[in-house]
Design a protein around this ligand. Structure first.
Ligand SMILES: NC(=O)c1ccc[n+]([C@@H]2O[C@H](COP(=O)([O-])OP(=O)(O)OC[C@H]3O[C@@H](n4cnc5c(N)ncnc54)[C@H](OP(=O)(O)O)[C@@H]3O)[C@@H](O)[C@H]2O)c1
Length: 235
């Protein structure tokens, strides 16, 4: 990004895991990064860690599960005169109780969809007025949401939420094409994080590389597509 202007990039759920590593790699590439998360103390600790490597990071508290919190975060960035080149919807949950769609009431599915699907929609809605054109939106998805792969039999509410997020990606890509804002979904692969668990084969560094590529280098003509690393995946 040497000869290009410094992009400003918002990453949700960036206090730990893949979101934190995406922020770290983007800062290393020279971007200005706003990390967000729902817990102010955890977020401040993450910012402190990032500031050891770069002074170009700042934070905004935002719970993507709550409309008022997302709206307040967007107002705060507007007051700081921030304009965004890229929004990365990384925050998501996978609940321990998520073992069957029909074995319990609808709370697990509702909670999961609220964070993993309505969350990105709320974020895009609230931050769109702050976005530049051209711009980029990246949604962290999962092959667990793929309709072209066999059902894996794990965390069904989470998988359903990622199928829905993939569809949301396609529709918002269509809606924002006139504004020259590309919208993509990407799977980081199975990554060793709190969510992915210790048996996962991929490092956090590797999992973050694809989203960083989409945020900085990928051709924007690929809007509306699903990726892992730099390769397009079937939905
Ligand atoms: N790890 C994998 O193998 C894997 C595979 C496929 C896709 N993905 C996707 O990659 C993304 C990152 O996953 P990860 O493995 O890094 O997960 P993780 O380690 O569980 O981290 C999730 C992050 O999201 C935040 N978050 C959760 N709910 C939130 C809310 N309501 N508002 C704001 N932030 C919230 C968490 O904050 P707190 O600290 O406050 O909880 C945390 O920072 C997710 O979209 C996930 O679905 C991961």
């Amino acid at each position: 990004m040497n000869d290009k202007p410094t992009p400003t990039i918002l990453v949700t759920g960036a206090n730990r895991g893949i979101g934190f590593e995406i922020a770290r790699q983007l800062l290393k590439k020279g971007a200005h990064v706003i990390i967000s998360g729902r817990d102010e103390l955890k977020l401040a600790e993450a910012l402190k860690q990032l500031e050891r490597e770069s002074s170009s990071a700042e934070m905004v508290v935002m719970d993507v599960g709550k409309f008022e919190s997302v709206k307040a975060a967007s107002q705060q960035l507007a007051e700081r005169n921030i304009q965004l080149d890229v929004v990365i919807n990384n925050a998501a949950i996978l609940l321990r109780e998520d073992v069957s769609l029909i074995g319990h009431d609808d709370e697990v599915l509702k909670t999961t969809i609220n964070i993993n699907c309505y969350g990105p929609v709320r974020v895009i809605h609230a931050f769109l007025p702050l976005m530049k054109s051209p711009g980029r939106i990246i949604n962290l998805s999962s092959e667990g949401g793929s309709m072209s792969e066999p059902v894996g039999g794990w965390s069904p509410a989470y998988c359903v939420s990622k199928t829905m997020l993939n569809s949301i990606t396609r529709h918002i890509a269509f809606e924002l094409s006139a504004k020259h804002i590309s919208v993509n979904a990407i799977s980081p692969g199975w990554v060793k994080t709190t969510m992915g668990g210790q048996s996962a084969p991929r490092s956090i560094e590797k999992g973050a590389e694809g989203p960083v590529w989409l945020a900085t280098e990928a051709p924007q003509s690929m809007t509306g597509k699903f990726f892992r690393d730099k390769a397009e995946l079937k939905w």
